[in-house]
Design a protein around this ligand. Structure first.
Ligand SMILES: C[S@@+](CC[C@H](N)C(=O)[O-])C[C@H]1O[C@@H](n2cnc3c(N)ncnc32)[C@H](O)[C@@H]1O
Length: 360
């Protein structure tokens, strides 16, 4: 395969690529929005990576982030070019050509290195990208390469078929200290990030959980949702083949059924007032299980399910899941909560009569 045609653009507005611990993207987006008013901030498809499109000069944005107390922001890398690539080795030549065409060349009298972060599957490795891209700028040994303490860094951030590049002064790159564990007062640390998703759905959507009722929690481990439910209701049955955190398994009103949802015997577990589902499953499959189990839920009973974006076709996943759920549930509300990362939350009530299902 010869080198494919360049599909690269120099960005109109500068972009920062910001990393954070996986699962902390909502907090990272909030921190960035606070520090960079007017910036467009969005998570990338690959967890722990965020794009901030700036309305102010890069130096100003980096200064604001550098000076601020932050909790979950890690590395901040300015980029000025974006391109589409494929996974074949021939794209190495195209990346070199695009870098030569769209990036300001490094100062030949200052040291230089190429830093590559590659996510996804390619026929080439990061070392191949470093050699290919550096080749665009190193002529006659200038600028000289320094891999430990360079003065200039060409940053290459690869997300499967999208590449961002930026030529940066090493002094400008920002690396923040992570303080995420200090977010929580002793004893207040959530069992999982998921715990916050259910809590915010309950609070923001004003969901009423009957105090004396029973909840069935599918995909419960490590137990954030079960703990939240156990604090508000009389009994929780938590279903998951994985272990529950001991802060949850030790609760007197939580019973852990260590199996997959598909293995449940509906005759054995009784009826419920609330059904929740945070299983890591294809949304359509997950919605079908919600329907199969809807007869365990009392008519009008509350159900909450996260629709997982298992591919980038988010709208399709929501449409497929809701069209299945609508057979058994009504009053459906689908909301993207601040703590939803690659998913969205659907809240609904069991229909009084569910066609094709015996009523409990
Ligand atoms: C995102 S985690 C759930 C987090 C949980 N809600 C919490 O608050 O800690 C997804 C869970 O779904 C479980 N899971 C995936 N497929 C499942 C299935 N078919 N039946 C039951 N659990 C399943 C996984 O074992 C995993 O523990």
């Amino acid at each position: 395969m010869s080198a494919p045609k360049i599909r690269a653009t120099k960005l109109d507005r500068p972009i920062l690529i910001v990393t954070c611990p996986r699962g902390w993207e909502a907090e990272a987006r909030q921190e960035l929005r606070r520090l960079l008013p007017g910036a467009t901030v969005q998570s990338l498809y690959i967890g722990g990576n965020i794009l901030a499109q700036l309305t102010v000069p890069v130096e100003e944005a980096l200064g604001a982030i550098r000076e601020a107390e932050t909790v979950v922001l890690a590395h901040i890398t300015p980029v000025t070019m974006r391109m589409q690539i494929g996974g074949e080795r021939a794209w190495l030549d195209t990346m070199r050509e695009a870098a030569a065409l769209h990036l300001a060349p490094p100062d030949p009298d200052r040291t230089f290195m190429v830093a590559v972060h590659r996510r996804g599957h390619h026929e080439f490795g990061s070392e191949d990208v470093i050699l290919a891209v550096a080749d665009a700028f190193i002529h006659g040994g200038k600028p000289s390469v320094d891999l430990t303490n360079p003065e200039q860094v060409l940053s290459v951030e690869i997300y499967q078929d999208v590449v961002f590049m930026g030529m940066n002064d090493a002094r400008e790159l920002v690396c923040k200290e992570l303080k995420r564990m200090r977010c929580w007062a002793p004893g207040e640390r959530p069992v999982s990030r998921a715990e916050l998703k259910l809590r915010e759905a309950i609070e923001e959507l004003e969901l009423e959980l009957p105090e004396g009722g029973r909840a069935l929690d599918l995909g419960a481990a490590p137990g954030g949702w079960s703990r939240e439910l156990a604090g508000r209701m009389a009994e929780v049955v938590a279903v998951d083949p994985a272990d529950l955190d001991e802060r949850v398994s030790g609760l007197p009103n939580v019973t852990h059924l260590r199996c997959r949802t598909e293995q449940l015997d509906p005759e054995e577990i009784g009826r419920f007032d609330v059904l929740t589902n945070d299983m890591n499953l294809d949304p359509e499959r997950s919605a079908k299980l919600m329907c199969e189990l809807s007869r365990l839920l009392r008519p009008g009973g509350l159900a909450v399910m996260t629709i997982k974006f298992v591919t980038r076709h988010r709208r399709r996943h929501v449409a497929e899941a809701t069209s299945v759920l609508e057979r058994c549930y009504e009053e459906m509300r689908v909301s993207h909560m601040p703590h939803n990362a690659k998913e969205t939350t659907a809240v609904m009530r069991r229909r009084p009569a569910v066609s094709g299902l015996p009523d409990g």
